[in-house]
Design a protein around this ligand. Structure first.
Ligand code: C2E
Ligand code: MG
Ligand code: MG
Length: 291
């Protein structure tokens, strides 16, 4: 009857709820475990940086690299930033990790210089929390001193979303960083929500065109159109441009032809270990459109 049916629905509901709850517990537990592991990752020496070349599209020379973090997890294997940086952000672990990245990247850049390789820039990604922390400028400055790296070899990559809150403070921080002499770029440009009106207030040097727009070149006109618009905008504002995620010759040719300064992507090189990058540097590798 109706009562029994009602009871059944409630009971099933309760069971479902229990099932759902235990499922959530499993997830929460996995997350806690990962957090505990991440907390120890630095001291256990499980984090490492890979370096992806940035290529001058005109000369084909490597002019810089971007440091990209990896985590050699003891049981899960090699984890990519998307697997743990969001968790690091939520838990605040991104602060010590970010500090480690900055220090390791600057140390590496200096090592290559001392080994006699042509000097190249080292780009480091900053998370939103890191950018907003008090004393960021002093920290960057002190890492440069400790590692003896000249400031103009360091470049900080900031995402657009990090620049939308509290514009006056953002501009002040950017100005201080710029005064230090480090390079500043906006990563994933065009995918965030920042107002174009703010762009001219930001004392930055470079726009990185998101690979979301490069991927469609040349078959789909949409991505190409946006890439061209960003190139024109950067040109008017006197900013340098880097195209991310170049995977084929057609994209390279298109971007070179339209005056994009630098390119980065699997066509040139995947992110490499420090040793592999040194080999490339030793070879004086050049990436022409015709080869
Ligand atoms: P990002 O800064 O935009 O870095 C470029 C990402 O694109 C890298 O992924 C790189 O491996 C990938 N990539 C490069 N060329 C190509 C290509 O031709 N095709 C495709 N499909 N992908 C390409 P990765 O290493 O997984 O890093 C993802 C994101 O994680 C980075 O995006 C960056 O926002 C963040 N990240 C990386 N390292 C750090 C770090 O040390 N600190 C912080 N806060 N974030 C980091
Ligand atoms: Mg980046
Ligand atoms: Mg990027």
């Amino acid at each position: 009857d109706a009562d029994t049916a009602m009871y059944r629905v409630k009971a099933e509901g309760r069971n479902n709820y229990c099932f759902f709850e235990s499922e959530m517990n499993v997830q929460a537990l996995a997350r806690l475990n990962l957090e505990a592991d991440l907390r120890r990752a630095i001291e256990r020496d499980e984090l490492c940086l890979h370096y992806q070349p940035k290529v001058d599209l005109k000369s084909g020379c490597i002019t810089g690299v971007e440091a990209l973090i990896r985590w050699q997890h003891p049981t899960r294997g090699l984890l990519l930033p998307d697997d743990f940086i969001p968790l690091a952000e939520e838990t605040g672990l991104v602060m010590p990790i970010g500090e480690w990245v900055l220090h390791t990247a600057c140390t590496q850049a200096r090592k290559w210089q001392q080994a006699g390789y042509p000097a190249i820039t080292m780009a480091v990604n900053l998370s939103a929390k890191q950018f907003r922390q008090a004393g960021l400028v002093e920290r960057v400055s002190s890492v440069l001193q400790q590692t003896d790296l000249a400031p103009h070899y360091l470049e900080l990559e900031l995402t657009e979303s990090l620049l939308i809150e509290d514009i006056d403070r953002v501009v002040a921080t950017l100005q201080e960083l710029r005064s230090l002499g480090v390079g500043l770029s906006i990563d994933e440009f065009g995918t965030g929500y920042s107002s174009l009106a703010y762009l001219q207030r930001f004392p930055i040097h470079t726009l990185k065109i998101s690979r979301a727009f490069i991927g469609g070149i040349p078959e789909q006109s949409g991505g190409a159109t946006i890439a061209l618009a960003v190139l024109a905008l950067a040109n008017k504002l006197g900013l340098k441009t880097v195209a991310e995620g170049i995977e084929n010759k057609a994209q390279q040719a298109f971007l070179t032809e339209h005056g994009c300064n630098l390119g980065q992507g699997f066509l040139f090189s995947r992110p490499l270990s420090a040793a592999q990058l040194a080999v490339l540097q030793g070879q004086g590798r050049r990436y022409g459109v015709q080869d």
